[in-house]
Ligand binder design. Structure first.
Ligand code: AHR
Length: 667
């Protein structure tokens, strides 16, 4: 019925618009006196996955790629430099018996007086900033030498040069290797860059004649997030912190599942000394033939301890997702026999102890030893990523029983598969509801129209069933996984319209996150993505500003907002939600006009004595549906703030074509 009316209204307004006749203002009522459900503090969050070089080459600020020679091709990313044939040699050694986690290292031998060494290309180059201090470190073990480094006791040194692609040297350092032959030692040196370059490389020359074993090369900027040594890229974390996300889901995504089980994410291998974290191929390395990324591996420098720390830093609830004994069903679909699930379940139990256990527990003690005696206050955990079928239910039952027996307070996130409808979805939705699941994780990568048409999706969901986590969604300008997908304004606006429906149903939908989060402009596999970056800069897409506006205007209690007594779910191409923010005593109204003509709206607030003279008005819009942001125009589509006027209990406001706006009124 509504749909029929909507089409007639649309035709009518289009007709008026074409005739140049302005339509009557649309009357919208905000029922301040009818407060609805509370909005979860963790309603709007973020989804992190190491896809598109989001971790190594992205958030994790390490500049050296393949620092420990553990990629499948041990010297990938490295280039040897010599003047003449006999100047020196590089040998790749493997000592898996002594060091199973990090078996390879190189032996660099220098025979002549010519410069000899190697360079590292970084992750599509290294982003270097003028005036920034860089900390270089390496594990070294001298083998022999027959020279002396002038002015020192040492026989060998490493000369470091940061060079631009055209050969300009923009930073130099010198590391004198003082240690006697035989033992491994970590040496460090810091130096300052003299110029900015987006794609520099690090050259390392050996000084003196001799031979040295080298491993775990590292180069970090001084200015990481919170100035943590070996930490995260500050500009990228800042973009996350600015969203004030309610939760952060990590570490994915399909990366949790792995292409096969051996390639699954195992959190215990990602904590402790970085030298002991075993490098593994990233599953996105070979996922798409059209976007092969042969140099994509996981160093796990950003591991589970760092994820928890990041969550704490940005005030987000941690939401780890663990493998449930199933590899990616789009790939091998390997499963662990039901009788062999114990180690997987133990990983889940131990993770809860790692996050929350006190120092008398094994894993709580480890967290303390890593520098965090206080608990991370883990409250929820995902079991499986995007699994489906009876094989998932069988494994989930065993997992859930074990976790709930030991930790009944932990709420579990369960998958309802990769699609928001269809046979796989229906089976899981029905089964998991019958099993009284806590939280269902729904995913939708769909065209903008789907988002517009589904703004009322949750209006009729069971209020007493599991709550919903809209765990992965993004409007696709083209087909899902098509490399031509763009973060267009049309997509972002459709997401905003849909999100008004999530907010209106905040009793059912308790969490939501756009996916994927990050993409390196030279190293991506999947598009669209919320935040794009190169080695020096980053920008938020129009979708990012939609997410940010929702998260920064979360409010605490839903209030109805209606047109002709109906929630605005697309009538006249209008979508709306409203809430009260108890902390600031403000009414927050979110309105989306998805049509290509502006609308005059009369907003009436019922249940208030009166309104202040003005309200805050934030507008996000673009003149073309295909508008996007970019490194050159990072703020082309971004919010603009202004003031609007109230009269009595009403606000008369023109809402521009193709616009998402937020109104905040103090009451
Ligand atoms: O967000 C990209 C991928 O989409 C995720 O890894 C997966 O869960 C989904 O299929």
């Amino acid at each position: 019925m509504i749909k029929g009316n909507r089409q007639i209204q649309l035709l009518f307004y289009s007709f008026l618009f074409l005739c140049g006749v302005s339509a009557q203002p649309i009357s919208v009522t905000v029922h301040v006196d009818k407060p609805g459900p509370a909005i979860s503090p963790s309603m709007w969050g973020i989804f992190f996955e190491d896809i598109n070089m989001a971790a190594d080459g992205g958030l994790y600020a390490e500049l050296i790629k393949n620092r420990s020679f553990e990629f499948n091709s041990p010297l990938m990313g490295w280039t040897e430099h010599r003047t003449a044939a006999g100047d020196g040699t590089i040998l790749v050694l493997n000592q898996s018996a002594e060091n199973a986690n990090n078996p390879r290292f190189i032996r660099l031998t220098h025979f002549s007086d010519n410069p000899y060494g190697l360079s590292n290309e970084g992750f599509r180059g290294m982003g270097i900033k003028a005036g920034e201090t860089y900390h270089f470190s390496v594990w070294g073990r001298p083998v022999w030498s027959d020279s002396a480094i002038p002015g020192t006791e040492a026989a060998l040194a490493l000369r470091l040069e940061l060079r631009t692609p055209d050969g300009q040297v923009i930073g130099t350092g010198r590391l004198v290797l003082n240690q006697p032959p035989g033992g491994w030692e970590r040496d460090t040196v810091s130096f300052t860059a003299t110029a900015t370059a987006p794609k520099a490389q690090l050259y390392i020359f050996i000084e003196g004649r001799g031979s040295i074993d080298l491993d775990m090369f590292s180069l970090f900027p001084q200015h990481t997030w919170n100035q943590r040594p070996g930490g995260l890229r500050a500009d990228l974390v800042q973009l996350l912190a600015d969203m004030h996300p309610g939760f952060i889901r990590f570490p994915g995504g399909c990366i949790v599942e792995g292409r096969d089980l051996s390639n699954r994410y195992q959190w215990k291998k990602t904590i402790g000394r970085i030298e002991d974290r075993t490098v593994m191929i990233n599953r996105w390395n070979t996922e798409f033939a059209h976007r092969l990324t042969p140099d994509y591996f996981q160093s796990f420098g950003l591991g589970f301890f760092e994820y928890f720390q990041l969550a704490e830093d940005i005030g987000a609830e941690p939401l780890p997702i663990l493998n449930c004994g199933m590899a990616c069903q789009f790939n091998t679909a390997e499963v662990v026999p039901l009788g062999d699930l114990d180690p997987y379940i133990q990983d889940a139990l131990d993770l809860i102890e790692f996050a929350n256990g006190d120092q008398t527990t094994k894993w709580g003690a480890l967290r303390t030893a890593l520098g965090h005696p206080a608990p991370f206050h883990l409250k929820m955990m995902g079991v499986g990523n995007e699994q489906w079928g009876p094989q998932y239910i069988e494994r989930l039952r065993i997992f859930s029983a074990a976790i709930k027996t030991r930790y009944p307070e932990i709420r579990l996130v369960n998958s309802v598969g990769p699609d928001p409808s269809g046979e796989r979805f229906d089976f899981l939705n029905d089964t998991l509801r019958a099993l009284h699941a806590d939280i269902l994780d729904e995913h939708y990568y769909r065209k903008p129209d789907w988002f517009l048409q589904n703004a009322a999706r949750y209006d009729h969901y069971d209020r007493n069933g599991p709550t919903i986590f809209a765990g992965e969604y993004a409007a696709q300008s083209d087909k899902t996984v098509s490399p031509t997908n763009r973060n267009t304004w049309e997509c972002a606006l459709a997401e905003a319209a849909f999100m008004t429906g999530l907010e209106r149903n905040a009793d059912v939908v308790r969490m939501a996150s756009y996916a994927p989060l990050f993409a390196h402009v030279d190293g991506w596999q999947w598009t669209p993505d919320l935040i794009w970056f190169d080695n020096l800069h980053a920008y938020g897409t129009p979708d990012y500003y939609v997410q940010k506006l929702f998260a920064n205007n979360r409010g605490s209690t839903v209030i109805p907002i209606t047109h002709m007594d109906q929630p605005l779910t697309g009538q006249d191409s209008l979508y709306a939600s409203a809430c009260i923010d108890n902390a600031t005593s403000e009414i927050i109204i979110k309105l989306v006009n998805s049509s290509s003509y502006s609308k005059d709206i009369i907003l009436r607030l019922d249940g208030v004595r009166g309104l202040p003279p003005t309200a805050k008005f934030t507008v996000l819009t673009a003149t073309r549906p295909e508008a996007t942001n970019s490194l050159d125009s990072p703020m082309a589509v971004s919010p603009v703030n202004s003031t609007i006027y109230c009269k009595g209990k009403t606000i008369a406001q023109n809402i521009g074509a193709s616009t998402f706006c937020v109104i905040r009124i103090k009451i």
